[in-house]
Design a protein around this ligand. Structure first.
Ligand code: ADP
Length: 263
């Protein structure tokens, strides 16, 4: 093949010690970006070196959720990512004009994701989290090609309709040969003052997705967490201080999204 060599993605090189997680969902609004942001913040608070790629190119929300308003700088032809809550963050939102929509076709999306992986100065990361767009579109396929070692984390709500589409997103792993690391059910219930739980979106979606993915993929895909609806989670994403770190920069003991992957 002629032409220039493909740029090198550090995370796929032999000897790379970075765990790569791609956070996915069947549809939007289930809390995929919130889970990504809170996981990243909790991991960084534990002393891990963490990077986040906001690969939800059309619907980017990571800069707001992590409270990043700086723009990336350049050094020796590389992009230096802004740091928030100890997390290195890159998002298309840092490169487009305020409030302008991103209207790109597949090849442009692919280039953008590729550049986020090759042209950004990430340094030695323990963990790289990617916030994928919902569904199984262009970016999801690009990430599978560019990062075959990325482990897939599926976010769903308890609702049957959400769970069915989430399962399809997880099943893309059969084609891409990526490993599904687990399922997180979000918005599982609303805790009441008397200790009871109101299941606003029904129940069972997360367990159902985990069960059928385990069956189809032939290995155990665990249901990692059932996260409650919690106003602190919403406020945290709006204010740019993820609920898992709170005001003092310390993890809340009962943080709603202090999750298993942190261990
Ligand atoms: P997605 O990335 O799946 O589109 P988001 O993470 O943007 O979803 O979440 C959608 C909205 O719901 C956001 O405003 C977020 O703050 C809020 N949200 C997500 N999970 C919870 C939760 N468990 N409790 C309260 N609000 C939540």
């Amino acid at each position: 093949r002629g032409g220039a060599a493909e740029p090198v993605i550090p995370f796929t090189q032999p000897g790379s010690l970075t765990r790569v997680y791609a956070v996915t969902s069947g549809k939007g609004g289930v809390g995929k970006s919130s889970v990504t942001a809170n996981l990243a913040a909790a991991m960084a608070a534990q002393g891990l070196s963490v990077g986040v790629v906001d690969a939800d190119i059309y619907g980017f929300s990571i800069p707001r959720m992590l409270g990043v308003d700086q723009v990336p700088t350049q050094l020796d032809g590389m992009i230096v990512p802004p740091v928030a809550h100890g997390i290195k963050v890159i998002s298309i939102g840092m490169f487009v004009e305020d409030k302008q929509p991103v209207v790109w076709r597949g090849p442009m999306l692919h280039r953008a994701v590729q550049q986020f992986l090759t042209d950004v100065f990430w340094g030695d990361l323990d963990v790289l989290l990617l916030d994928l767009p919902p569904g199984t579109g262009d970016v999801t396929i690009s990430v599978a090609q560019l990062l075959p070692n990325a482990e897939i984390l599926v976010v769903t709500t308890p609702q049957a309709a959400a769970a069915e589409v989430a399962e399809r997103t997880g099943l893309i792993a059969t084609q891409t040969k990526q490993r599904v690391v687990g399922v997180i059910e979000n918005m599982s219930y609303m805790p009441q003052a008397d200790g009871s739980r109101v299941e606003i979106f029904g129940s069972g979606g997360g367990a159902s997705v985990a069960g059928s993915l385990s069956q189809t993929l032939g290995y155990e895909v665990p249901l990692l967490a059932e996260l409650p609806l919690d106003i602190r989670l919403r406020e945290g994403s709006d204010s740019g201080v993820p609920a898992t770190v709170g005001q003092e920069g310390r993890p809340l003991a009962d943080a709603p999204a202090a999750l298993v992957l942190v261990e």
